[in-house]
Ligand binder design. Structure first.
Ligand code: MF3
Ligand code: CO
Ligand code: CO
Length: 268
């Protein structure tokens, strides 16, 4: 078995660091604007201008297989791929995911986080927190030699022990000169995803977690994914580099509660 095709060289890694930093900064920038009354299209336009004019980068979702906007905004029971629009305005108590993917110098990065509008319910806050902690748990396992399927196992076990469910229909992915590359990173226990991690691999982990069941459907716009039972859903996503001793979170933000570089080797 060879994972050679997934391994990035030093040049590619240096470019991925730059791309990762930009996507992280977009999510830091937009936090200030999250308040009742702002439309999801206004959030889209703020992110678009910042990516294009401030960073001279490209919005990866814009025109991606026909996706019409520069970010995805997914509110409450929307699981992922929500399309920003003028009609949809944030309300007190909403939870929303903003998913940002950009291209800089030909290299992609991809990251998302949850925002809470005003005062949210306890279940909303718990859902967002469990989604974030499930991502962190998986990130802390990433190091050379471990099997990719361990990540899904740990995420599913943690999420289900908190009585939430893990969406099965969407997964994390390798990323580099392409938005979506092998390997697939499943967020639940499975035997299909059997790659052994090696230094130089770069991929996303992006668990989608529901209050109710794991079933989802795509709505009539062809993009927006919702929970079948209309329950709330939350997602966090980071782009990660496997290092010699652990991993580096390429899309780390100032509000993250994990180190940028996670080193598992104990040097005496
Ligand atoms: N950013 C998403 C991901 O995490 C992909 C969005 S594709 C779009 O892989 F077309 F819906 F924008
Ligand atoms: Co992704
Ligand atoms: Co994404």
């Amino acid at each position: 078995m060879s994972n050679f095709k997934y391994i990035k060289n030093k040049y590619e890694i240096s470019k991925m660091r730059i791309a990762g930093k930009i996507a992280a900064q977009v999510l830091e920038m937009i936090e200030y604007y999250i308040r009742p009354g702002i439309s999801t299209n206004q959030l889209n336009n703020l992110c678009h201008d910042y990516i294009v004019n401030k960073h001279r980068a490209t919005c990866a979702t814009l025109n991606y297989y026909g996706f019409p906007k520069s970010i995805c905004v997914s509110i409450n029971e929307v699981v992922c791929h929500g399309i920003p629009n003028d009609k949809e305005k944030l309300k007190n108590g909403d939870i929303l995911n903003i998913d940002v993917a950009i291209i800089k110098d030909g290299f992609y990065s991809d990251t998302s986080k949850m925002f809470i509008v005003g005062k949210a319910s306890n279940i909303s806050k718990k859902l967002c927190n469990i989604a974030k902690q499930s991502l962190y748990l998986a990130i802390k396992m990433v190091k050379p030699g471990i099997n990719l399927n361990k990540l899904g196992k740990v995420i599913q076990k943690f999420v289900e022990s908190n009585n939430f469910s893990v969406v099965r229909d969407y997964c994390g992915h390798g990323i580099g000169k392409n938005f979506h590359e092998p390997p697939q990173v499943l967020h639940y226990d499975n035997n299909d995803c059997n790659d052994i991690l090696q230094p130089g691999m770069i991929f996303t982990i992006e668990p989608m977690i529901n209050v109710g069941g794991h079933d989802v459907y795509v709505t009539h716009d062809g993009w927006t994914v919702k929970t079948k039972d209309n329950s709330l859903s939350a997602q966090y996503e980071h782009t990660l580099l496997v290092t010699n001793s652990g991993c580096e979170v390429l899309t780390l933000r100032s509000d993250d509660n994990i180190p940028k570089i996670i080193n598992h080797s104990i040097l005496i």
